[in-house]
Design a protein around this ligand. Structure first.
Ligand SMILES: Nc1ccn([C@@H]2O[C@H](COP(=O)(O)OP(=O)(O)OP(=O)(O)O)[C@@H](O)[C@H]2O)c(=O)n1
Ligand SMILES: O=P(O)(O)OC[C@@H](O)[C@@H](O)[C@@H](O)CO
Length: 418
């Protein structure tokens, strides 16, 4: 993808992600930037948030020496592009400075990176950053020399006296919390870091302050969105995973084979699911005959598929979908949920025999989990003349919604009954 150009000057924009910390406040042996959210490291979400923006030409990630190989394997596994890994420092400021140093001071340098006009600095543990916020901060930095996202304070700031009692408190409405992303004219922040004292580098926490202190640059403050928060404590990790699950559960695709029962149930389920899920799409034909529509659904970022099979123990439909998902590499970044719905298992045989007929789902789910696809079974006793049919459909929709929202790998291969 050719980098786009967001600065009228045609100059480039790059980003530095400090990721060299140890995550002491979160606890545990793994630094928080490498902790998994839905099986994928937190830092991969942040890198993805920036690399999908085509006007960011290069992304430099500063990690501790012992994590450089880990970072490189994450880049390879998740197919991240335009990423350069550098060794971080003992403090966040030193990591950022190391990231800035990789850019050549002169155009004659053999370094493959181009020195940007504007550089974004964004903590690697802030995964939810949108293009419009980055654009506002970059354009403000281009005009003012520096810019940073801010948020209202949630708690009042107080100062304590030597004996630990209250000395004074600040009027909360006059203050803001400094968040990320921040952006700077490269030369300003680079010069500021070069002039920094060791005290600043070792104890400072604010890049905007360095631009003001050393380059007399008053950063433009940009109101940011609530999801700019930094993952600091354990509960921030749980909150971040919940945000991702909520995002992934916004869209469902219902596919059925051509059998009348399946098509009719598919329609009823689609309509009922609209009460549970924001966007419901339906394909009521064999998948193989509808590749283009399925490709469109893949492109629409759908990570949830409901396969309705009229034939009691039919694995074909689910297998075909798995093959197409794998070919389209849909489940590389996020786990895909595939719910295989089976009808009337009990009609012509005992319920226990029906369950045995579908025992294949457990082994199938185990195999497919390796492709980051979570398969669940759902049995629906469907009779179009049943007065309680809608009740059954409502129960099926509620189970599907729960499975999609929870994306629990421990439940794969289980057979649930609506
Ligand atoms: N020597 C350091 C310390 C921190 N960071 C990075 O700066 C960002 C924000 O810092 P913070 O939340 O303080 O991370 P940690 O220092 O890892 O957390 P803690 O203070 O709890 O140890 C994180 O992405 C962190 O990896 C860094 O690049 N180099
Ligand atoms: O101080 P920490 O290392 O936890 O976080 C670093 C920064 O994210 C934090 O200082 C923001 O206020 C922005 O500068």
């Amino acid at each position: 993808m050719e980098p786009g150009n967001v600065l009228s000057s045609g100059a480039s924009v790059a980003a530095v992600l400090p990721a060299g910390g140890s995550g002491e406040r979160l606890g545990g042996a793994t630094p928080k930037q490498f902790c998994a959210l839905l099986g994928r490291p937190l830092i991969s979400y942040t890198v993805r948030a920036l690399e999908r923006i085509n006007w960011i030409s290069d992304i430099v990630v500063a990690v501790s020496l012992e994590n450089i190989e880990t970072m490189k394997s994450i880049i390879e596994k998740y197919g991240h592009k335009r990423i350069t890994v550098v060794e971080g420092g003992m403090t966040r400021h030193r990591s950022i400075f190391n990231g800035l140093k990789i850019f050549p001071e002169s155009k004659l340098s053999s370094c493959p990176l181009q020195k940007p006009e504007v550089v974004i600095i964004h903590d690697a543990v802030r995964p939810f950053v949108e293009e419009d916020t980055l654009l506002k901060v970059v354009l403000a930095a281009k005009e003012h020399g520096a810019a940073g996202a801010i948020r209202p304070l949630v708690s009042t700031v107080v100062a304590s006296s030597a004996d630990g009692s209250l000395d004074h408190s600040l009027e909360r409405s006059r203050y803001r919390a400094s968040e990320m992303p921040q952006a700077f004219l490269f030369d300003i922040i680079y010069q500021a870091y070069h002039q920094c004292t060791d005290y600043d580098l070792d104890y400072g926490t604010e890049c905007l302050h360095l631009a003001l202190k050393y380059c007399k640059t008053n950063a433009k403050l940009i109101e940011g969105s609530p999801d700019l928060w930094k993952v600091t404590y354990k509960w921030d990790l749980y909150a971040a995973e919940s945000v991702i699950k909520d995002t992934l559960s916004q869209q469902v695709c219902v596919t059925t084979d051509m059998k009348e029962d399946a098509v009719q149930l598919g329609f009823l389920l689609q309509e009922t699911l609209k009460n549970e899920v924001k966007q419901v799409k339906g394909i009521s034909v064999f998948l193989c005959k509808n590749d283009s529509r399925l490709q469109n659904i893949f492109l629409g970022q759908c990570y949830n598929f409901i396969c309705i099979n009229a034939k009691k123990s039919d694995i074909k439909e689910a297998q075909q979908l798995v093959d197409k998902l794998e070919k389209a590499r849909i489940s590389v970044l996020h786990p895909v949920v595939l719910i295989s719905v089976h009808l009337n298992v009990s009609e012509n045989m005992s319920f226990s025999n029906g369950m045995e007929e579908l025992a294949w789902i457990k082994e199938f789910a185990r195999e497919v989990k390796k492709k980051n696809i979570l398969v669940y079974g759902l049995l629906i006793h469907y009779n179009k003349d049943d007065p309680k049919l809608q009740e059954t459909i409502n129960s099926a929709a509620a189970i599907i919604s729960a499975l999609i929202k929870d994306r629990n790998p421990e439940l794969i291969g289980q057979l649930l009954v609506a």
